[in-house]
Design a protein. Structure first.
Length: 191
């Protein structure tokens, strides 16, 4: 019986380059779409966090019998101090609730099931004065601390604007272009 050695045919260099070119073209179309979807997912998760903070604040106002959202002592307290009042009132909260997916800092460290928010472990603002559950529904309660900006060296935040939650629990994404000149945060909010 005669056996013939048939040489196996591999890919030629031209065929390999054509396949690489096709993959590169497909990746060129898909990567921006995937990144856009990821950015939208971060925006939605951030909005969910802000709605949850609004609900927890309302529960605090009702449960503490004050009719006011939590506010730390002192004049113009930082947001993380006021939000720590909320953390102490509601057991079982997770530090991830206070971190926007676009935040480049770490979440608060949990020790023995408890945590304390610091400026770097809280991505959201809070009112600097007393806000009541009976205030106007369009009163801003919280928002992202920062808008991402290459020119200002700001890496944290959404690239084109910020999420803002209002007392009526609605959340709106405010484009950076729609923020009036000289206004960094919505009125009455502090970092």
């Amino acid at each position: 019986m005669l056996t013939r050695n048939v040489p196996s045919r591999g890919f030629t260099l031209v065929e390999l380059l054509v396949v690489i070119a096709i993959i590169s073209i497909l990746a060129g179309f898909l990567i921006p779409t995937i990144m856009k979807a990821r950015g939208r997912a971060d925006e939605v998760r951030c909005q969910s966090n802000l709605r949850e903070l609004q609900k927890l604040g309302m529960m605090y106002a009702d449960g503490a019998g004050t009719r006011f959202y939590p506010l730390a002592k002192g004049s113009n307290p930082p947001a993380h101090d006021s939000l720590n009042v909320l953390v102490r009132f509601h057991e079982g909260l997770k530090p991830e609730l206070f971190i926007c997916p676009t935040w480049r800092e770490e979440a608060a460290e949990v020790v023995d099931g408890k945590f304390t928010l610091e400026e770097t472990s809280c991505a959201y603002t809070w009112p600097k004065r007393k806000v009541s559950t009976s205030d106007r529904p369009d009163t801003a309660l919280s928002c992202d601390k920062h808008i991402q900006s290459e020119s200002e060296g700001q890496e944290s935040g959404h690239p084109n604007g910020r999420n803002v939650v209002y007392l009526d629990s609605s959340v709106k994404f405010v484009l950076a272009a729609d923020i009036p000149e000289g206004e960094d945060l919505p009125r009455n909010l502090t970092r």
